[in-house]
Every structure is written in structure tokens, then in C-alpha cells.
Design a protein around this ligand. Structure first.
Ligand SMILES: Nc1ncnc2c1ncn2[C@@H]1O[C@H](COP(=O)(O)OP(=O)(O)OP(=O)(O)O)[C@@H](O)[C@H]1O
Ligand SMILES: [Mg+2]
Length: 268
């Protein structure tokens, strides 16, 4: 039986506690070390169902590594977590079936889009539905076309990624992730490779996804997004969360000097 623990119904020795709130993501003392360098130092974080949690912090803080631990693209060395109802723990080997379930529950969007260059926009969205959801070609194309409409790219279905803008490619990447109907979406600086105008198109799509009730964990430098769309703001530095709270409050009145310095640097 899969070691899947519904949120709110487990307790005991595990170092995550739950209460009446439904959390889509609970991280308990996550640790990660690369070549003797501890990149994550017992990071604990809870993201409620339907919440948008933004993560900010200087380069090298461990933001990407933390995100990658959530879907086990990186294996944590310590700690445990519950992600979309699935219990995962460091040091425990997760059968392929569990990993597939996790990857299906957790969509990820990267800074660099990562579309297949030899496939059209629509084919990029059809492929995972065929492979993962085992849908028929017809159904996958139908849903793909629907998703392209949702991200405002219906007319680009037959274009190849190289022929559309970076902002459009990123919207395709979001549509592709949504095609698997994930319970949680992770975004790692989805707009930082884009010109401001193209970034706005992507942020508009992310805003719509947030409004649809998706739980989102977003590493970003877009303070406007974090402030207006984000429900929760997390500040990381040197492998740890140094501050977190309501975005508006953290941004206007940070309690940590390091946060203040970081914010004034990004707002310059
Ligand atoms: N696969 C890896 N092997 C070795 N070191 C790594 C690896 N991935 C990340 N690191 C190191 O871990 C630290 C944290 O990296 P991470 O990419 O998580 O930071 P970040 O906060 O996302 O930074 P940025 O804002 O530049 O993207 C850095 O010192 C980085 O060099
Ligand atoms: Mg990063």
C-alpha cells in the first residue's frame, strides 16, 4: 500500500503536525546537501489548499532546490513532507509508481520553458496526455486545443516553439503542465527570461490559474505578482526561511534587515 497520508489525519513521531486546515504542501525540516555544502537547512513550510505562495530571496538561497525537492527532482537528505496528500520522507525509497503519481499531481514550469522543439505547440500538450493520462489522440487534441484557448494561444497550435515568442512558449509550458490536471503547480522564475511586456502575458495567465483555485508555489522576482496575487510570501536566505507572512506586510514592514536589503535591491 502506498504510504499516502491524508492531510490532518496523521500524527506521532513525524515532525509535521497538522490541524484542521487542509494543506496542499507541508514540508517538515527539509535538508539538502551538495558536496558538503548544506543548501537547505531544515526548511519547514506549509501551503494551504488553493493558496499562492511566493518565494523570494537572493541568488544561491536554495529556492530552486527547495522547489525541486517538492516533486523529488532532488531527493532531500533529511525531513519529510506531504504533497497533494502524498507522504514522502527522506531516506525512504519511493517506488516508481509513487514518483509517477507525484509528478502527475505536481506540475512544474521552469524559467527556460523546456518545450520539445521538434513538436508543434499542440503536440507538446498532446504528448504528456497520451503518455501519462493514456488519453486517445482525439481526446488529447481536444483538451489541448481547449487549454491553448485558455492561455490565449489557440491560433498557434500548429506553430513550432522556435517560431513563437518566449512569453508564448512559457504560456504553452503552463498549458502543458495544466493538461495533466495537477493538484499543485510549481513555478521557478517563470518570467525572468522574458522582456517585461512578455512577462506580463505570462503573469496574466498565472493570475487566471491562481483564480481557478490552483495551489501554487512560485519562485519569483516579480514583486507586483507576489504582492497582488500571492497569499503568502516566503523570504529565503542561505538555505533557510528567514521571514514569511502576508506579502503586503512583509514587503512594507520587513522584520529582518536582510529582507529589507533584498527588497530595496529588487525594487531599484
Ligand atoms: N545539482 C547541484 N550540485 C551542486 N550544487 C548545487 C546543485 N544545485 C544547486 N546547487 C547549489 O546550491 C545552492 C542553492 O542553489 P539554488 O539553485 O537552489 O539557489 P536559488 O536560490 O534558486 O538561486 P537563483 O536565484 O540564482 O536561482 C547554490 O550554492 C548552488 O550552487
Ligand atoms: Mg533558482
Amino acid at each position: 500500500m502506498a504510504d499516502t497520508v491524508p492531510p490532518g489525519r496523521y500524527s506521532g513521531k513525524r515532525d509535521i503536525r497538522t490541524d484542521a486546515v487542509n494543506y496542499a504542501i507541508e514540508l517538515g525540516a527539509i535538508e539538502k546537501t551538495f558536496a558538503g555544502h548544506q543548501v537547505l537547512k531544515k526548511v519547514s513550510l506549509r501551503v494551504k489548499q488553493g493558496e499562492v505562495c511566493s518565494i523570494i530571496g537572493p541568488s544561491g538561497a536554495g529556492k530552486s532546490t527547495l522547489l525541486r525537492c517538492v516533486n523529488l527532482l532532488e531527493q532531500p537528505d533529511g525531513g519529510n513532507m506531504v504533497v497533494a496528500g502524498q507522504y514522502l520522507a527522506a531516506g525512504r525509497s519511493h517506488p516508481r509508481r509513487e514518483l509517477l503519481q507525484l509528478r502527475r499531481n505536481v506540475g512544474m514550469v521552469f524559467q527556460s520553458f523546456n518545450l520539445f522543439p521538434h513538436l508543434t505547440v499542440l503536440e507538446n500538450i498532446v504528448l504528456p496526455q497520451r503518455r501519462v493520462l493514456k488519453l486517445s489522440a482525439e481526446e488529447a487534441r481536444e483538451r489541448g486545443a481547449e487549454l491553448l484557448k485558455r492561455v490565449g494561444l489557440a491560433e498557434k497550435a500548429d506553430a513550432y516553439p522556435a517560431k513563437i515568442s518566449g512569453g508564448q512558449q512559457q504560456r504553452v509550458a503552463i498549458a502543458r503542465a495544466l493538461a495533466l490536471e495537477p493538484k499543485v503547480m510549481l513555478f521557478d522564475e517563470p518570467t525572468s527570461a522574458l522582456d517585461p511586456e512578455l512577462a506580463q502575458e505570462v503573469l496574466a495567465v498565472m493570475k487566471e490559474v491562481a483564480a481557478s483555485g490552483m495551489t501554487m508555489l512560485v519562485v519569483t522576482h516579480e514583486m507586483g505578482f507576489a504582492r497582488t496575487i500571492g497569499d503568502h510570501l516566503v523570504v529565503m536566505e542561505d538555505g533557510a526561511i528567514i521571514e514569511q507572512g502576508v506579502p503586503e506586510e512583509v514587503m512594507t514592514n520587513p522584520s529582518e534587515e536582510r529582507t529589507r536589503k533584498f527588497l530595496s535591491a529588487v525594487n531599484r
